[in-house]
Ligand binder design. Structure first.
Ligand code: NAD
Length: 391
């Protein structure tokens, strides 16, 4: 099949298998080219098929030779429908890891469910004994709990509505958007989906099954960002969930059984989930421009490689005062934020070319789905069926 991008709303409904494979390969090559600290050896990555989770898995495997077990929620190809990008990324990662003699297995299913937790634990017990690192990198729109209740997360403000600039990426126009406040019920649901309850459930289940080392480390990801994004993010419904995630990290560590939990505050990047947040994509496209010009830009793989090799290693955890790891250190530098603020105050549809890196934003968005990778001929027929050693 010849696979072309088909954009619907904030996502692309097709994915290119060879493009995804090439992008995974380039991430592996990047990690191989970097210095390696003493890292974790048996790593469970929950949400390992895209974005920060995929980059965490690639870093663990190729910085430390770690055995990795991934949990994904992806679709294989069916008929003339391509698989999801996460499926192709995982198939490619497994192919490379196995060729390089690395243990890599993946469980495909709902990470929030008990069934998937049980499956993962069985594999750990059979194959690895115990894990020494758990990466929790889910970004999900909804969660079904054990009693069958479905909770949906929302990206809204808390308290008051907020008006600021946003970009319509379909036609590259800047306009004002007003984001309405979430109801109490929506905030509670967002915390259920994106807060720490399920992370805690994973750690509790792993401990109960004796499938996690006593001195293991677990990490989940958060975002803070500058003031213009706060009503939408840090102080919004998603921010409430992230506060809960942070409290969960403290609770896991305070259980005093040796397991340490951290929140890593990562840089804003184009991923499937960030593309859906109002205001944030415009901020990201300005940020890309400024950070690229200042030689500070990083993507998911550069962030995760720096995290696990310099800030969260087997022997160190570099944290700020409330005990968070700051991978957003470069994004939040004054020289970056002052320039972003100036550009933000001036930006409009007719100066997008000079004030933002829209090409970079769009290129990264297409790359999420395997389009625009170097060396791939997108006019060629490709086999859209790619196997994963899915259990
Ligand atoms: P992403 O959309 O790229 O990846 C999310 C992953 O979660 C995918 O692999 C997806 O398949 C998986 N997933 C979703 N629902 C699942 C389910 N029910 N069961 C199993 N797997 C499931 O997202 P991302 O941007 O990499 O986000 C990961 C984390 O990083 C989130 O906590 C996010 O808030 C945080 N973060 C993101 C940014 C950013 O700018 N993108 C910045 C800082 C922090």
């Amino acid at each position: 099949m010849i696979v072309k991008p088909k954009i619907r709303g904030f996502i692309c409904t097709t994915a290119h298998p060879d493009g995804c494979r090439a992008i995974v390969k380039s991430q592996i090559d990047y990690v191989k080219s970097q210095n390696h600290a003493e890292g974790f050896k048996k790593v469970l990555v929950i949400g390992s098929s895209m974005g920060y989770g995929l980059a965490s898995r690639i870093t663990a495997a190729y910085s430390f030779g770690a055995a990795t077990l991934g949990v994904i929620f992806d679709k294989p190809a069916g008929g003339s429908r391509t698989a999801s990008a996460g499926w192709y990324n995982t198939a490619a990662f497994e192919e490379f890891a196995h060729a390089d003699g690395l243990y890599a297995k993946t469980v495909n299913g709902d990470a929030y469910s008990k069934e998937i937790k049980d499956k993962v634990i069985e594999i750990i017990k059979n194959d690895l004994g115990k894990v020494d690192m758990v990466v929790y990198s889910l970004a999900a729109p909804r969660r079904t709990t054990a009693d069958g209740t479905i909770y949906s997360s929302v990206l809204k403000t808390v308290g008051e509505s907020y008006t600021n600039k946003t970009i319509d990426l379909k036609n590259n126009t800047v306009s004002d958007i007003t984001v309405e406040p979430a109801t109490e019920e929506e905030i509670t649901a967002t915390i259920k989906v994106m807060g720490g309850e399920d992370w805690q459930d994973w750690i509790t289940a792993l401990k109960a099954a004796d499938a996690i080392e006593e001195n293991a480390v677990t990490v989940a990801y958060s975002y803070i960002g500058p003031a213009i994004t706060h009503p939408m993010y840090a102080d919004g419904s998603i921010g409430k969930a992230k506060d809960h995630l942070f409290e969960t990290a403290k609770a896991i560590t305070n259980a005093d059984d040796g397991i340490k939990a951290y929140i890593s505050v990562n840089k804003a990047l184009v991923t499937q989930s960030s593309a859906a947040i109002p205001i944030v994509p415009l901020y990201i496209s300005i940020l890309y421009k400024v950070m690229k010009e200042q030689g500070l830009h990083e993507g998911c793989i550069e962030q995760m490689c720096r995290l696990f090799n310099t800030k969260l290693t087997k022997t160190t955890a570099v944290t700020d005062e409330p005990c968070r790891i700051r991978m957003d250190d470069r994004e939040m530098q004054d020289n970056v934020q002052n320039t972003v603020n100036k550009l933000w105050s001036e930006i409009a549809t007719d100066n997008l070319d000079t004030h933002a890196d829209l090409n970079g934003y769009h290129a990264d968005f297409y790359k999420l789905f395997g389009f625009g990778a170097d060396g791939i001929d997108y006019e060629q027929d490709v086999d859209i069926d790619r196997p994963i050693e899915t259990v």
